[in-house]
Design a protein around this ligand. Structure first.
Ligand code: MN3
Length: 201
């Protein structure tokens, strides 16, 4: 059983001007699709790895993956799962202050939404090279900001992922060229708090 692309809930041009159409076409239509194809190709060699599991489940115990496909699963399975969350928590006409249960939890953990945003953006700007900046629930049950390199997922380290921003250059170069901090700042305009709450629940 092969994993499949989750259709985007919005059009490629829907996140303009914060993320331009061509950036979404390349990111979702080419990069994301390529991770999925390579993930499925790796799993074809060991179909038992995916039997009865979600893609995220597979990433939870990388040591259980046969060695000959472990790196491919880590990189491409990670790429598939990380991008699924990223694309699912964005929407047009979104942004603004957090709503729902996550709003209070963010205040509790970081003091205020403004303080959280500042820390999240600083972590994203400080991630050297390609990677991701996350809001996660740590194994002790508390909210935490973390970064991962390449396509590594926090689920492989026992964390639950709540929201994520992609800081690979492919995520922002077409819209912002080399100005990653501008992208980090603008990205909050497309954060869909309903989707973040659904994920957090
Ligand atoms: Mn990406």
């Amino acid at each position: 059983m092969a994993f499949e692309m989750t259709p985007l809930a919005y059009a490629y041009d829907a996140l303009e001007p914060h993320i331009i159409t061509r950036a979404m076409e390349v990111h979702h239509g080419l990069h994301h699709k390529a991770y999925l194809a390579k993930f499925n190709a790796a799993l074809e060699k060991h179909p038992e790895v995916a039997a009865g599991k979600t893609a995220e489940d597979i990433l939870k115990d990388l040591n259980a993956i046969p060695e000959d496909i472990r790196t491919a699963v880590r990189n491409n399975g990670g790429g598939f799962v990380n991008h699924n969350l990223y694309f699912s928590i964005m929407a047009p006409g979104a942004g603004g202050n957090p709503t729902g249960a996550i709003a209070g939890k963010i205040d509790e953990a970081f003091g205020s939404f403004e303080a959280f945003k500042e820390q999240f953006n600083a972590a994203g700007a400080g991630q050297f090279g390609s990677g991701w900046v996350w809001l996660v629930v740590n194994p002790q049950g508390a909210l935490e900001i973390m970064t991962t390199a390449n396509q590594d997922s926090p689920v492989s380290q026992g964390y639950k992922t709540v929201m994520v921003n992609d800081v690979w250059e492919h995520a922002y170069y077409l819209t912002y060229e080399n100005r990653r901090p501008d992208y980090l700042k603008a990205w909050w305009n497309v954060v869909n708090w309903d989707a973040v709450n659904a994920r957090f629940a």
